[in-house]
Design a protein around this ligand. Structure first.
Ligand code: XMP
Length: 171
């Protein structure tokens, strides 16, 4: 597999991002919300650098594949989300692709009473965005290739890889 981002590069950049996030929070307590499952490693690495009062929560957002529903409809599940009314949120996701997921999830969190929602993505693919959405923090901008590792999967495999690689046909 072609390695796009080594574990060392990821570590260095995530450390930088987390420090920037911590500075911007300026002492304000925050609820970090990760979008499962791709956010796994990114979230774990970011929160360990933030020395502030902090809560961690997770939600899922998946394209619904039910036969009777409209294709492409996003199903957000937030049973594990604590009360976020009046809280500042840092929403973390693995990758910004079309932008549909993050647009919907931000609206959902505001709907649940969040005071503010800042968004951090580890990766942003070039030339793929379909809806206007500007994340507050971006780790790396990458070419339009399917990537796995450091939380990202193909068929739920490869998430455990410490690097990010480009999956090619046959792998
Ligand atoms: P949208 O299009 O809503 O979707 O921005 C973002 C979600 O799409 C998935 N995604 C990928 N997952 N490798 C992956 O493992 C990729 O290259 C990739 N591109 C998009 C991912 O779940 C992300 O949260």
């Amino acid at each position: 597999m072609e390695v796009l981002l080594t574990a060392e590069r990821i570590h260095a950049r995530v450390t930088e991002l987390a420090d920037e996030i911590a500075r911007d929070l300026d002492g304000r307590p925050v609820t970090v919300v990760g979008i499962l499952t791709g956010c796994l490693m990114f979230t774990a690495d970011v929160i360990r650098r933030i020395d502030l009062p902090l809560r961690v929560a997770f939600i899922t957002a998946s394209s619904y594949r039910g036969e009777t529903t409209v294709p492409g409809l996003l199903e957000i599940r937030d049973e594990l989300l604590p009360d976020i009314a009046g809280r500042h949120i840092l929403l973390l996701d693995d990758i910004l692709d079309t932008g549909k997921t993050l647009t919907r999830v931000v609206a959902h969190l505001i709907d649940r009473g969040a005071v503010s929602v800042k968004v951090g993505v580890l990766l942003r693919k070039t030339g793929r965005q379909e809806v206007p959405f500007e994340p507050d923090y971006v780790g790396f901008t990458i070419p339009d290739k399917f990537v796995v590792g450091y939380g990202l999967d193909f068929n739920d495999e490869y998430r455990h890889l410490p690097f990010i690689g480009v999956l090619s046909a046959g792998e």
